[in-house]
Design a protein around this ligand. Structure first.
Ligand SMILES: CC(C)(COP(=O)(O)OP(=O)(O)OC[C@H]1O[C@@H](n2cnc3c(N)ncnc32)[C@H](O)[C@@H]1O)[C@@H](O)C(=O)NCCC(=O)NCCS
Ligand SMILES: Nc1ncnc2c1ncn2[C@@H]1O[C@H](COP(=O)(O)OP(=O)(O)OP(=O)(O)O)[C@@H](O)[C@H]1O
Length: 201
């Protein structure tokens, strides 16, 4: 069972692409962000290490990691982001490998789609048969994130600064899905063609 890696900067439209793939082709979707969310829950080893590193100030009243507070710290300080990545990423990788193994055993999906903003930095190309880049200009991404998630331009910009450049995404990916158009059917059409041309269907 093949694994297709979907990557791109924040707000590029990765989740939108995944939703389409899941609905139309019934693929199995695995998201690194969601794996990280699970592994940051109380009781998990990552949770304890994050609290040890960043202090109890990042906890909500209920004792859970307040992701907004943690995000404010790590996205404005490279060293803190590296510390968080060092804690979370090995566990996320292991979690994802297990999920892929289980899906292959179940054998029900036509192929697996793995989504992560950091597929390239975290060397997920070793796990994926191919990497696809969802490519959307920074200005359009900023506008969509401000409209849909209430991000400030500053917050979106801070996260973008911690991600790969367009040139590096292009260099490492085998197919580009251009998601600049507000007419989403344009994007869906590229995906349909890409899947056939690249042997996923
Ligand atoms: C810092 C955290 C707590 C902020 O949580 P929050 O709910 O506010 O944001 P969310 O998880 O939805 O992330 C928003 C976007 O930021 C970007 N992002 C997240 N983590 C990172 C990172 N380590 N480096 C660069 N960009 C990142 C992604 O584009 C992501 O979609 C959270 O992002 C986190 O735990 N990050 C570490 C895990 C991780 O690296 N996940 C990304 C894939 S492995
Ligand atoms: N072609 C499009 N036209 C208009 N809006 C779009 C388009 N594609 C995505 N969006 C909107 O842009 C926002 C960001 O898209 P999405 O959540 O899919 O990005 P993402 O790459 O998954 O983001 P993140 O990196 O945070 O996970 C969403 O509100 C989504 O509905």
């Amino acid at each position: 069972m093949k694994v297709l890696g979907i990557t791109g900067g924040i707000g590029a439209g990765k989740s939108t692409v995944l939703a389409y793939l899941s609905k139309k082709y019934r693929v199995r979707v695995i998201q690194a962000d969601q794996a990280a969310h699970v592994l940051e829950q109380p009781g998990q080893e990552c949770y304890h290490r994050i609290v040890e590193t960043f202090g109890k100030e990042i906890l909500s009243a209920g004792g859970e990691i307040d992701r907004r507070l943690l995000g404010n710290i790590v996205f404005s300080d490279k060293k803190s982001l590296e510390e968080l990545n060092d804690i979370v990423h090995p566990a996320v990788r292991e979690y994802i490998i297990q999920e892929i193994r289980q899906e292959r055993l179940a054998g029900t999906a036509p192929f697996i789609v793995l989504e992560a903003a950091l597929l390239i930095e975290e060397h997920y190309d070793e796990i994926c048969d191919e990497l696809w880049y969802v490519r959307t200009g920074e200005e359009i991404r900023r506008k969509r994130l401000m409209a849909s998630r209430g991000y400030t331009a500053e917050k979106a910009g801070e996260i973008m600064q911690n991600q790969l450049s367009d040139a590096l995404f292009l260099k490492h990916c085998q197919f580009v899905v251009d998601n600049n158009s507000d007419f989403i059917e344009n994007t869906y059409g590229q995906i349909d063609r890409g899947l056939v041309e690249h042997g996923f269907l």
